[in-house]
Design a protein around this ligand. Structure first.
Ligand code: NAP
Length: 452
């Protein structure tokens, strides 16, 4: 027997992960002509995933997407079930027996490593961890971050590398208008940082960052960009080969930075190209004491090749920003090499009624909006499967059955109304300090804010 959706028997969908992909998928399900009933789960009490915990705190306009997200989660056909961990609080088997379809939209919460000596020294960490810390992610908020480094190397030239470098380069006066976590603002107030080195292993024409983000380094109050003209020089052939407009504009901005007179601002952001870290040097006490880098050249395929020429950068902190990586969900297939759920255009390989969207489907690329089309495409296949009679339908397809299951396990589920209470509290306490928001960063404290 296959599932037949009727006005009395809605299509029950579990969306696992309430970041942009999960919400865009929910939005697409709501737009369908079928009777739908959707439960959106998150392991955190708070919704919106990377929009709350990944997007830079000083890029508030990107976060305005949450106004649409609120409408989606506030729809009567949708419930938000926060603070529910997939795999323990709700197992894969539980999801199969309570939902007709499961949609995995958990993003990519881990990071890639460099694979060089010294990566585990104190002062070396992933940009992901640093971002989680300054954005007040409850898993990172308790971390003590000592910002005693005068020199910081940020490895990688994507937008995340620019985000972390900009946060390090800005003054706390500049950061006050952001929604950066209060503990991070306090720590950055006492930061010793003077020089940030952003390191690209290839040339400026291969950098992954975008122009708006790059330009910001020319507009900071107490920090100036430093670019060595020799490192951004291109031959006529290399220049002619650049077809991408973003890369062309990036190069214009870098040339402008290279041509600028130094203003003597107290902080500098050095944008370096054609260098690869080869070793993080121990200062003798288990801390980062320097970063050894090798100069590269590009081979005929545009890959970086070491030249055997080395230099040591005087840094005491290294943030690797070389990409996020997906993490396996218990009971769900996982491609270890790519860090994604193996899928065919969003249908989980070898599974019926299981789907995926966003970074855990295609890998960590694209901006927030990229996930709208990606999620909508997956939902189109899901709906086609329902209409084509391909889904068997769940054994216990009701809200009450899921609530009973979670209550039986003592899971303190955090609802959308609870989140709205917390949201209002954060906005009010932030505004009282002249800031856009004061984030509550500890899980237990979040759980204390509930609808009355
Ligand atoms: P990304 O854009 O993929 O950049 C990763 C960078 O790491 C690349 O420059 C890459 O260089 C470099 N890299 C990889 N392995 C390396 C190694 N072993 N040694 C040295 N460098 C290495 O990733 P991301 O910065 O994490 O960003 C993820 C996605 O989120 C991107 O699509 C990004 O645009 C988006 N995002 C957007 C914004 C925004 O819109 N403001 C902000 C943050 C993030 P190669 O090219 O040589 O591999």
């Amino acid at each position: 027997m296959s599932l037949t959706v009727t006005p009395e028997r809605p299509l029950r969908v579990a969306v696992i992960g309430s970041g942009p992909s999960g919400i865009f998928a929910t939005e697409a399900l709501l737009k369908s002509d079928l009777n739908v009933d959707i439960d959106v789960f998150d392991r955190l009490p708070t919704p919106y995933g990377l929009v709350r915990y990944g997007v830079a705190p000083d890029h508030l306009t990107i976060k305005s997407v949450t106004r649409g997200f609120e409408k989606t989660l506030g729809d009567p056909r949708v419930r938000f079930l926060g603070n529910v961990e997939f795999g323990t609080d709700l197992t894969h088997q539980d999801a199969l027996s309570h939902y007709d379809a499961i949609l995995y939209t958990v993003g990519a919460s881990s990071d890639r490593r460099l694979g060089i000596p010294g990566e585990d020294l104190t002062g070396s960490m992933s940009a992901t961890e640093f971002v989680a810390w300054y954005n007040g992610h409850p898993d990172a908020a308790a971390r003590e971050m000592v910002l005693s480094a005068g020199g910081v190397a940020v490895v990688g030239v994507g937008n995340v590398a620019l985000d972390v470098s900009r946060i390090l380069a800005k003054t706390t006066a500049e950061l006050r208008s952001s929604d950066i976590a209060a503990h991070a603002l306090d720590a950055l107030e006492h930061s010793a940082v003077k020089d940030v080195w952003i390191l690209g292993r290839r040339g400026p024409a291969q950098a992954a960052f975008t122009t708006k983000e790059l330009r910001e380094f020319g507009e900071l109050h107490e920090s100036e960009p430093v670019v060595n003209p020799a490192e951004i020089a291109l031959t006529d052939a290399e220049e002619a080969a650049i077809t991408d407009n973003v890369k062309k504009k990036n190069i214009e901005v870098l040339r402008d930075f290279a041509a600028r007179e130094r203003e003597g601002k107290p902080r500098r952001v050095h944008l370096r190209f054609l260098v690869s870290p080869t070793e993080i040097i121990d200062d003798g006490t288990g801390h980062v004491g320097g970063l050894k880098v090798e100069r590269n050249r590009l081979d005929e395929n545009g890959n970086a090749v070491g030249t055997g020429e080395y230099e040591v950068l005087p840094v005491q902190m290294v943030l690797r920003s070389v990409g996020y990586r997906g993490v396996a969900l218990p009971g769900v297939p996982f491609d270890e090499r790519r860090g994604v759920i193996p899928n065919e255009e969003g249908r989980v390989e070898g599974r019926v009624g299981e789907y995926t969207a966003g970074w855990i489907k295609r890998g960590p690329s694209g901006v927030v909006g990229t996930n709208r089309k990606d999620a909508t495409d997956t939902v189109a296949l899901l709906l086609a499967d329902v209409k084509g009679g391909a889904l068997p339908g769940a054994a216990h397809p009701t809200r009450e059955a899921v609530d009973a299951l979670l209550a039986g396990r003592g899971v303190p589920v955090y609802s959308f109304a609870d989140w709205q209470t917390l949201d209002a509290h954060e906005l009010a306490t932030g505004q009282a300090e002249g800031r856009p928001r004061r984030k509550v960063v500890h899980r237990e404290m979040m759980l204390g804010h509930r609808r009355g």
